[in-house]
Design a protein around this ligand. Structure first.
Ligand code: 5GP
Ligand code: MG
Length: 189
């Protein structure tokens, strides 16, 4: 059980995490991204939002409530990510049923780090001939990103630190936290 009066630190598995971005700040950033989408998609044919599971579920849920145009929703899954460093291997896309040909697609990610996952996903979706593809991510690590795919909507930019909360996990724990936390040095092997 966590102490709801002390949101500053959480312990997940073997690590201690310190609050970095409070829920209120996340909400402001989601509102700002939603406003941009409202401006950009109001006049277009109904877009399809594709959320990348598991991490993007909370972001996409909050984001969609702030969208003022008709839109459709689907979820896909890529490779899982375990521990605090990338495995470097990405599996293929699963869960997309139905054609996206001629559709305006918005991929919704929890975080774009090196860009390997999102690049893989964009390339795969491009092969299905949508009318357009945009990428919308809650977190973006500009110091780590090394790919050419444009990241159109970035709610929050952070450094290269490992974060959890608001959908993001540390070995499957922490997704339910409403604030975002950063790993501390404490408990490192
Ligand atoms: P990529 O390096 O391919 O851009 O990122 C791959 C995946 O690594 C992301 O979709 C996300 O699942 C995970 N990831 C990258 N950085 C972090 C982080 O700081 N925290 C968490 N929980 N996952 C991360
Ligand atoms: Mg992800």
């Amino acid at each position: 059980m966590r102490n709801p009066e002390n949101r500053e630190f959480v312990r997940l598995h073997d690590r201690t995490f310190r609050v970095m971005i409070p829920a209120e700040r996340i909400d402001e950033a989601v509102t700002a991204v939603a406003a941009r989408l409202n401006a950009d998609y109001a006049e277009r044919p109904v877009p399809l939002f594709i959320g990348v599971l598991n991490g993007a579920f909370m972001f996409l849920s909050d984001l969609m409530k702030k969208l003022e145009f008709d839109c459709e929703l689907s979820f896909v899954k890529l490779a899982s990510y375990s521990g605090t460093s990338s495995t470097g291997k990405v599996k293929s896309l699963i869960g997309l049923n139905g054609s996206i040909e001629g559709r305006h697609v918005v991929i919704v990610e929890d975080i774009v780090d090196t860009g390997e996952s999102i690049e893989h996903m964009v390339r795969e979706l491009e092969g299905l001939r949508p009318a357009s593809i945009a990428v919308c991510t809650l977190f973006f690590k500009p110091g780590s990103y090394s790919r050419q795919v444009p990241i159109d909507y970035r709610a929050l930019e952070i450094g290269n630190e490992f974060i959890v909360g608001y959908g993001l996990d540390y070995d499957q724990l922490g997704r339910n936290l409403k604030d975002v936390y950063v790993v501390t040095g404490e408990g490192q092997a």
